[in-house]
Design a binder for this molecule. Structure first.
Ligand SMILES: [Zn+2]
Length: 59
């Protein structure tokens, strides 16, 4: 059984997965290594600070 089938909801937004929807797996370190399923366009990772800073400076 895949992580998406086990979870049934996105780890990032909490929304349900549609049947057959493409999902991505992300690694979460939480006392061990966990694999969580998210929608293909979602991420549990926060935006990188470097990227945020660069965008502010260029604005
Ligand atoms: Zn999602």
């Amino acid at each position: 059984m895949s992580a998406a089938e086990r979870q049934r909801t996105c780890a990032a937004c909490g929304g349900p997965f549609a049947p057959g929807e493409r999902t991505d797996l992300e690694t979460v370190i939480d006392g061990g290594v966990l694999y969580v399923a998210v929608h293909a366009c979602h991420s549990t990772y926060p935006p990188r600070r470097e990227t945020e800073a660069a965008r502010r400076l260029s604005a």
